[in-house]
Design a protein around this ligand. Structure first.
Ligand code: KMT
Ligand code: NI
Length: 178
């Protein structure tokens, strides 16, 4: 079952896969107010149903752990650093956890990081334009997830440090009232 909490902002390059729970919880409603949709999924039928309703026509599966990089620690660490770099996309980011565990961090009100710890059967949808990052957890260092897409997969990540503000970002900011 997922857990949502404020990040303690005490992460370093060495320990960012640790939990970093500040102890302050965040509600599902709060996430909804940010445009972030969470659902516990009980069956593949339910996932397919939601995918149909929300127009997610395509999907693939990703396994992320050291083995998926054939034990190449450098390549693995590079990918981990990339996922953990703050960015947004021009489309929704839709992830369904099949196995393992992961942390999705999203920027909340006052720019505070909110951490969503996702476990098997958790579905999370990040709206287009929201700043976020991802990491595996120190506990498991592995995740298997289904990535769903409305259309063809688009992989472009717009990193925050580029300062690039696309229409998706502007629309997201305008849609948020919290
Ligand atoms: C992403 O875009 O951040 C990922 O695909 C991370 C792995 S999916 C749990
Ligand atoms: Ni992303």
């Amino acid at each position: 079952m997922a857990r949502f909490f404020y990040h303690d902002n005490k992460d370093t390059a060495e320990d960012f896969t640790d939990e970093h729970d500040s102890g302050e919880q965040v509600s599902e409603q709060h996430l909804l107010d940010l445009g972030v949709f969470y659902r516990k999924i009980e069956s593949m039928d339910e996932l397919n149903d939601i995918a149909k309703k929300r127009g997610y026509k395509n999907r693939d599966e990703i396994t992320l752990n050291l083995d998926s990089f054939s034990g190449d620690v450098e390549a693995f660490n590079k990918k981990m650093a990339m996922f953990y770099t703050e960015h947004y996309h021009e489309d929704e980011e839709i992830r369904y956890i099949v196995d393992g565990e992961g942390y999705f961090d999203v920027r909340g009100k006052d720019e505070r990081w909110i951490r969503a710890q996702l476990d098997p059967n958790d579905l999370l949808v990040l709206p287009a334009g929201i700043f976020h990052r991802f990491t595996l957890s120190s506990n498991l260092k592995a995740v298997k997830a289904i990535r769903l897409f409305k259309d063809e997969p688009k992989w472009e990540a717009i990193n925050r440090d580029t300062g690039r503000v696309s229409d998706a970002r502007t629309e997201y900011v305008n849609s948020i009232t919290v």
